[in-house]
Every structure is written in structure tokens, then in C-alpha cells.
Write a protein that binds this ligand. Structure first.
Ligand code: SF4
Ligand code: ZN
Ligand code: ZN
Length: 314
């Protein structure tokens, strides 16, 4: 297999694009394409401040690397979830994120959930009785709340996450299997800002997971190989595996599934646009973040249930 650009030996073959590239041209192609997606979906400009949510995994560290290479004003945010799972998951992912930031001289904000709210994510999940024994519900709620809080308090224009095509296609698959119109309407590369909520963007949403792995390795980025121990056996992983089976037989299936959905959503052919949700939002009485019901937001209700007194909420 030869590189499409220079004819040298290719190191990455992208069957869905019928294109193979050598290491050097692949390392140019990924940021070029990212730049194209950032512009195509109007994610952000070089004058805006970007906060990248980094977990220590290949996608988020690669995203940070790409944005900095492209000359964007991008700082990192690491949330310490306090997950051990017998492999010191949080400690190791924090160490690798710190190492990446130091090596590249980048600014990293760190929020340790246990220090901030008195308990780690697994303990918060247990004492607030949410999530049926798995901490993922409390984890997701806390991550959304904290990312938005930090972006808002520190004056970032946009919050970027490292979701790749495999992640997005799996979420889309789930939302389609259950025909979830509200989730389908909100899924996309950009979730616009609303009063009190930062704009959220996913610049890697059109790259396959294996492309991001190849990028991280080719760039020499040290990342945590292990998934969060609580991800094992999740529905999301099952959907990813199912889509991979389809992809193996029909290369490009995942990309077409996602892109055709975006086109249909954009054109309004399949989905009727509803009133923006903002009209029904109220500020939470405790932390000020927008919430659909008057009173406390779900994060503050969770804290209340866990009988905690949040100190840092404003
Ligand atoms: Fe949080 Fe781990 Fe669940 Fe992901 S798998 S939501 S990181 S607890
Ligand atoms: Zn080449
Ligand atoms: Zn709140």
C-alpha cells in the first residue's frame, strides 16, 4: 500500500476514504481535516478561548495537541473523578495529562471532585442512590456541571471534547434504536451556547477511533490505554462492537450513518425543529446554572441527596 500523496510506503489505510497515507502525510492530514471541520460547522475562531476537556485518553490529548498545532488558544481541564478500579485509573490518567501539559508548556486546570465536594464519584453515586449501582449517571452529571462551571467562571467561549466518530455513531445508534427525538435533535458537532451554558463542540467527530489511536502513537503522545473500569459491559461498548461488525463488511458504514444523519437534521427533512429549550430554563437556586424545573438543578439535587454542603457553588 502506497501513500496517496508521496508514493512512499503507507502506514495508515483509511478504507472508508479509499486512501492510504505515510506517517508524515497522515500527521498533516489529521490537523488539516480538523481545521476543515472546525470551519464547516462554525465551531470557534482563533480569537476565541477554547477549554479542552482532557481525560488522559488518546482522543482528548490528541485533540489538545491538534488545536495547539493549528494555533488555537486552547487550555485544558482535567476532572479528577477518584476512580481506582484496581488500576489506579484516575491517578494514572491525571499523571499522563499533567505530563502532556508540562511537556508542551500548556495551561491545565485541575478540579478534584473529592476535594471540591467531599467525595469521589463512586462514593457520591453510592450515597446519593442514583444510577443503580453504576457511577456513570452521577459521573456524567458531575462532568457536565463542572465543565460548564469552569468554562463560565474562567471566561472560556467554548468547551471542546474529544468524541470521535465511533463515539458519535454509537450514541446515534442508541438514540435511533429508541427513537429519542429530543436527543436526536441535540446530537451534532456543535451544541450552541445558551444563557449560562457554554457552547460545546466535538472537532474529532468525523475521525474513526483507530485514526485517533494512530495519530496519538505517531505523535508520541503517552496516554492511558485502559478504559475507565466502569465502562466494561456498557451498552455503548456493545453498540460500538455491533457497528464495527457492519464496518468490517462495508467500510464507511459508520461515517455514512453519521453524516447522512447530520444532513437530514440540517435540512429539517426528518426532524421538526422545536422551540429552543432555553425558553423553559430557570437558574438553579443554588449554583445558578440553567435548569428546566424551578429550584435546584439535578447536580445540586444529587448533592443534597448525598447530604452534602457544596462550598464552592455560586
Ligand atoms: Fe464515568 Fe467511567 Fe462511567 Fe465513563 S465509564 S461515565 S468515566 S464512571
Ligand atoms: Zn506520504
Ligand atoms: Zn445547581
Amino acid at each position: 500500500m502506497k501513500c496517496k500523496k508521496c508514493g512512499e510506503k503507507a502506514s495508515v489505510n483509511m478504507r472508508q476514504h479509499r486512501m492510504a497515507l505515510c506517517r508524515e502525510h497522515f500527521l498533516e492530514w489529521i490537523p488539516d481535516q480538523t481545521e476543515r471541520f472546525i470551519k464547516k460547522y462554525n465551531m470557534f475562531t482563533r480569537n476565541e478561548k477554547v477549554l479542552v476537556a482532557v481525560s488522559g485518553g488518546k482522543d482528548s490529548l490528541s485533540l489538545w495537541d491538534i488545536l495547539v498545532r493549528l494555533g488555537y488558544n486552547a487550555d485544558g481541564l482535567y476532572l479528577g473523578l477518584g476512580i481506582d478500579g484496581g488500576i489506579g485509573y484516575s491517578d494514572e490518567s491525571h499523571r499522563l495529562t499533567d505530563e502532556f501539559a508540562n511537556k508542551n508548556n500548556l495551561k491545565l486546570h485541575v478540579v478534584d471532585i473529592e476535594k471540591e465536594y467531599g467525595h469521589s464519584i463512586p462514593v457520591l453515586s453510592e450515597i446519593s442512590h442514583r444510577g443503580h449501582g453504576k457511577p456513570c449517571a452521577v459521573c456524567g452529571l458531575t462532568k457536565r456541571h463542572e465543565m460548564n462551571r469552569i468554562a463560565r467562571d474562567l471566561g472560556y467561549d467554548v468547551l471542546a471534547t474529544g468524541h470521535n466518530l465511533d463515539d458519535e455513531a454509537a450514541v446515534l445508534f442508541g438514540n435511533t434504536l429508541h427513537w429519542e427525538p429530543d436527543y436526536l435533535l441535540r446530537q451534532g458537532p456543535v451544541l450552541p451556547e445558551m444563557e449560562g451554558l457554554a457552547r460545546k463542540v466535538k472537532p474529532l467527530c468525523r475521525f474513526y477511533e483507530r485514526e485517533m489511536t494512530a495519530y496519538a502513537i505517531a505523535r508520541g503522545i503517552e496516554y492511558i490505554y485502559e478504559e475507565c473500569p466502569f465502562a466494561e459491559g456498557s451498552t455503548q461498548i456493545f453498540y460500538k462492537e455491533s457497528l464495527n461488525q457492519l464496518e468490517n463488511v462495508r467500510p464507511g458504514t459508520k461515517l455514512t450513518f453519521y453524516l447522512r444523519f447530520l444532513e437530514a437534521r440540517q435540512s429539517g427533512e426528518l426532524f421538526v425543529k422545536k422551540e429552543p429549550a432555553q425558553a423553559h430554563l430557570h437558574p438553579c437556586e443554588r449554583c445558578g446554572q440553567p435548569t428546566s424545573a424551578p429550584g435546584f438543578c439535578s447536580f445540586c439535587r444529587m448533592l443534597e441527596k448525598a447530604a452534602l454542603q457544596p462550598t464552592e457553588l455560586q
